[in-house]
Design a protein around this ligand. Sequence first.
Ligand SMILES: Nc1ncnc2c1ncn2[C@@H]1O[C@H](COP(=O)(O)OP(=O)(O)O)[C@@H](O)[C@H]1O
Ligand SMILES: O=C(O)C1=C[C@@H](OP(=O)(O)O)[C@@H](O)[C@H](O)C1
Ligand SMILES: [Mg+2]
Length: 163
Amino acid sequence: MSSISLIGMPGAGKSTIGVQLAKATARDFIDTDLLIQLREQKPLQQIMDETDYLNLRRIEAEVLADLAYDHHIIATGGSAVYSEAGMAVLKQLGPVVFLDVPLQELRARINNYENRGVARHPEQSFADLFAERNVLYHQYADHVIRCEGKTQHEIVTLIAELG
Ligand SMILES: Nc1ncnc2c1ncn2[C@@H]1O[C@H](COP(=O)(O)OP(=O)(O)O)[C@@H](O)[C@H]1O
Ligand SMILES: O=C(O)C1=C[C@@H](OP(=O)(O)O)[C@@H](O)[C@H](O)C1
Ligand SMILES: [Mg+2]
């Protein structure tokens, strides 16, 4: 069975929906954020604090390039789409699904943008980051799930039915 990868902004629901999707489709679950932490032996925020966001993106790119998971739901970090090679690996493992959540809804879910560990230039606003990434999410998505107004269960069902 192929894997399914979830991409999208921080707060889009990749990690929470990923676990539920794994149960619904009898797949295993992996979150690339956890793989990064395991490899570096420290939390993502600490990696950012000790170095910078470009270093976190570089480590993320290496983790993505090494992925070899079949039968998995793969929740990525929001910055995964900055790695062209990493996204090529995900696409080889199976369909890539973009959880498309409107800016306003993301704002409501993320009330700690400043210290959430988002891999961004310190002066880049959330709206600007959203616009920059939106292009990339659409570029790499095999499927786009418009999440506005949908429950987690509805989103899980929609993705499970993609086949
Ligand atoms: N469809 C949804 N409707 C409402 N809240 C949601 C939905 N999907 C996810 N959430 C909530 O949004 C938050 C962010 O989810 P998370 O899985 O951490 O996102 P990500 O891994 O994409 O950063 C969680 O608190 C989760 O419960
Ligand atoms: O979007 C980002 O820049 C990031 C999102 C985080 O994951 P989630 O998207 O699961 O929150 C995590 O990878 C890291 O803190 C950077
Ligand atoms: Mg996550």
